[in-house]
Write a protein that binds this ligand. Structure first.
Ligand SMILES: *[C@@H]1O[C@H](CO)[C@@H](O)[C@H](O)[C@H]1NC(C)=O
Length: 346
């Protein structure tokens, strides 16, 4: 298992205030427009400062710092639907915080074995239920999901539900456990489903069915034959996130070569799109891309598996809660794409 450690600095949680400003005060008595204190002797009359319109500015300011509760990488933070508490998860523990109290938290999950040699599983992601403030889910490196109810006990070491897909013995390989590790878990807006991402697939689970996922989507199945080289260059440990659209009918997740995928749960149609500077000039329409698997029939504009750039990966994606607007983080660029009126993405 790969344990994140204290040296990497992902141990502190910060609360930020994001606000917009489109007016600024002008006409102070004791300061000039640049904010310098005026020479009092030049002030001969008093004026009332006025608010003048200006270009919209987005301001971000740090409000609180929550520290000293984690020994390992924080992999998830999730605000509860009560808007009073939130939780933070690291490889071995999940803590519950009050948003106003920065110097203490309550430990709600602890999977640290007495002897670290016995460690076989780590926590990979955690999230609160969108409507029931007592419920949360966490995923593990063994591909399981645990739903916990905080009403049952203060320390949720016993899950209420365990979601796990039985392994297909014929598909077992050296990489099985690594590729089944869940890198992200997200409740649907309705609260009825869970979306998970592992290395090769995205899965939708019904909260009422623990034995197997309701739907499985292949993100880049053509990589199945390349797992050996993806292990050697460490890509197999990449942690891809996943997202629901506002009405839970489409899911989105990232891939390599700055590609990202969308799956329509109703029509079963899927699309591969690319976030690149060339394809994202203002008002340009994103063209669907196709990867042609080794030995497959190659169409014009198809890109072959061997020419995919594995250093360009889309790990982080987000969907606006009620509009068709998505955010895609590709290395050091953030792309925002918006639905066109005729519902093609652009
Ligand atoms: C989610 O996607 C579907 C299918 O494209 C679309 O009809 C719906 O408007 C989307 N929902 C939101 C809230 O954007």
């Amino acid at each position: 298992q790969q344990l994140g450690n204290a040296a990497s600095g992902k141990l502190t949680i910060k609360l930020w205030k994001v606000s917009e400003r489109d007016k600024r005060p002008e006409g102070y008595n004791l300061k000039d427009e640049e904010g310098r204190i005026k020479d009092i002797s030049t002030v001969t009359s008093l004026q009332v400062p006025v608010l003048m319109p200006m270009d919209l500015m987005v301001e971000v300011s740090p409000r609180r710092v929550f520290a000293n509760a984690h020994t390992y990488h924080v992999n998830s933070i999730s605000v509860n639907s009560d808007y009073m508490t939130y939780m933070s998860a690291d490889d071995l523990r999940i803590n519950l915080w009050h948003l106003d109290i920065t110097d203490r938290s309550f430990n709600i999950v602890d999977i640290k074995p007495v002897n670290m040699e016995d460690l076989t599983e780590v926590i990979t992601a955690a999230e609160f239920h969108p409507h029931h403030c007592n419920l949360f889910v966490y995923s593990s490196s063994k591909g399981t999901l645990r739903l916990c109810d905080m009403r049952e006990a203060a320390l949720c070491d016993k899950h209420s539900k365990l979601f796990e897909e039985p392994e297909d013995p014929s598909a077992r390989s050296f990489f099985s456990e690594i590729i089944s590790s869940v890198s992200d878990v997200k409740f649907s807006h309705s609260g009825r489903y869970l979306l998970t991402r592992d290395y090769l697939t995205a899965k939708v689970w019904d909260l009422n069915m623990e034995s197997k996922p309701l739907e499985t989507y292949q993100v880049h199945d053509y990589l199945r034959s390349k797992l050996c080289s993806l292990y050697e260059n460490d890509c197999i440990f990449d942690k891809f996130e996943c997202a629901w659209n506002g009405s839970d009918s489409v899911i989105m997740t990232g891939a390599y070569n700055n590609f990202f995928r969308m799956f329509d749960r109703n029509t079963k149609r899927d699309v591969t799109l690319e976030a690149s500077r060339e394809s994202s000039k203002p008002r340009a329409v994103l063209k669907p891309r196709r990867v042609c698997a080794a030995g497959g029939k190659r169409r014009k504009d198809d890109i072959s598996v061997d020419s995919l750039d594995f250093t360009k990966k889309i790990l982080h994606t987000a969907w606006h809660p009620n509009e068709n607007i998505i955010a895609i983080a590709a290395t050091n660029n953030l792309y925002i794409f918006q639905d066109k009126l005729n519902s093609e993405m652009h």
